[in-house]
Design a protein around this ligand. Structure first.
Ligand SMILES: *Cc1c(COP(=O)(O)O)cnc(C)c1O
Length: 389
């Protein structure tokens, strides 16, 4: 027997905040409770058929069975560049300003390895997607957390970041439309970010996973639409949410060629790129019939309306949903996030995510994901009313 000891890198990870909720969920399931799970941000609808067909065809072609190019097939990156022009009117040079990712989580986790030295800082939103700060820590860097609070429309207050932190910061992560708060950012905010990046020499990494999951005709902007954005940063996009493809692991990053190049260099030493057949399916997703995206948006709109109306009728407050499939709901008086989450689970069989699990400023909120159908959401409301909320 050898003594197996985890690295400091793993030991320093914060405790997993959803452990208690997971335990309670298993306990309720074991009792035979009919659980409604609106905790996890994973679309319940299937990948559209034409995308699956494209995978089947490409998977049968032996040309696609070999190692792919590290940074993505030229055809995929060119497709991405055409989409950026069409959707955002942003010019991308597909050979130097685009890289294919094995899901955006992969790109986010790897980018600090390219630009963070031990002791450097990455500015990370809190509450936020945990990969920003964990990727930073894995690279030996230190996260500095930028609180996203209601008083500031869930945007980071750039002026509140201390000067010495700005000096040591190498990367800033932002994410709009935002998980978990669902807040959206304007081009004016992105302009502020570009000015901040130039002033302090900080690389901007915008996680834009939800720009296509938006409602009522709202079209969230790209960070790269702002003048000078490409001089300071990149944007990361995913096919996961837009096309119900979370299991397929296909995404991309575009923007500043030096940043894209650094990320590509890390990737070429760690992975060997995304399966080409999946890239062909991705091309079909991006350039094929977009009716599926409209249908997805319509379905989430219906779900949002049911949940919003129900929550309002119970006197609960939440950020009106313009984009993403997350409702960021204030917990009622007298509960913490954990207590309210536990109450919903044990009394009503409803799984939600406690807001503080995404970071301390998320205390006082729960996140409800629109990942069950209209009928089940109606039941969520009924069950909540029954237990006196
Ligand atoms: C879902 C999500 C992604 C997408 O992740 P993939 O790895 O591409 O599946 C990225 N960022 C945020 C904030 C998300 O919520």
């Amino acid at each position: 027997m050898i003594k197996i000891e985890k690295s400091d890198r793993l030991k320093q990870l914060p405790p997993y905040l959803f452990k208690e909720i997971d335990r309670q969920k298993d306990e309720e399931k074991a009792k035979g409770v009919d659980i409604i799970d609106i905790g996890v941000g994973d679309p319940d609808m299937p990948t559209p058929g034409h995308i699956i067909k494209a995978l089947e065809k490409a998977a049968a072609d032996k040309e696609n069975h070999r190692y792919p190019s590290y940074t993505g097939m030229a055809l995929f990156n060119e497709t991405v560049a055409r989409w950026y022009k069409k959707r955002f009117n942003v010019d991308i040079d597909s050979s130097s300003e685009a890289v294919t990712l094995i899901g955006s989580k992969e790109g986010i986790a790897h980018i600090p390895l390219a630009f963070i030295n031990p002791g450097d800082i990455a500015l990370c939103p809190t509450p936020g997607y945990p990969v920003y700060h964990i990727g930073t820590q894995f690279a030996g860097g230190d996260p500095y957390f930028m609180p996203l609070v209601k008083e500031n429309d869930f945007l980071p207050d750039l002026k509140a970041i201390p000067e010495d932190i700005c000096k040591k910061a190498k990367i800033m992560f932002i994410n709009y439309p935002n998980n978990p708060t669902s807040a959206c950012a304007s081009l004016e905010f992105f302009e502020e970010v570009v000015a901040f990046a130039n002033k302090h020499n900080i690389i901007i990494c915008h996680d834009a996973a939800y720009t296509e999951m938006a409602f009522d005709g709202y079209k969230p902007p790209s960070f790269l639409e702002v003048d000078g954005a490409k001089e300071v940063g990149i944007e990361i996009h995913s096919l996961s949410k837009t096309y119900n493809m979370t299991g397929w692991r296909i995404a991309f990053a575009v923007g500043n060629s030096e940043v894209i190049g650094g990320l590509g260099q890390i990737k070429s030493n760690i992975d060997s790129g995304a399966f080409q057949a999946v890239q062909f399916a991705g091309i079909e997703a991006i350039e094929g019939d977009q009716t599926c995206v409209e249908e997805m948006q319509m379905e989430y709109t219906r779900r949002r309306d049911i949940l919003s109306e129900g929550l309002t009728s119970m006197g609960l407050k939440f950020l009106p949903l313009k984009a993403t499939f997350y409702m960021w709901v204030e917990v009622p008086e007298g509960y913490t996030s954990a207590e309210f989450t536990s109450h919903l689970l044990t009394k009503a069989g409803i799984v939600v995510t406690p807001g503080n699990g995404f970071g301390e400023p998320g205390e006082g909120y729960i996140r409800m994901a629109l990942t069950v159908g209209v009928e089940r959401l109606k039941e969520v409301i009924e069950r909540m009313k029954k237990v006196g909320i």
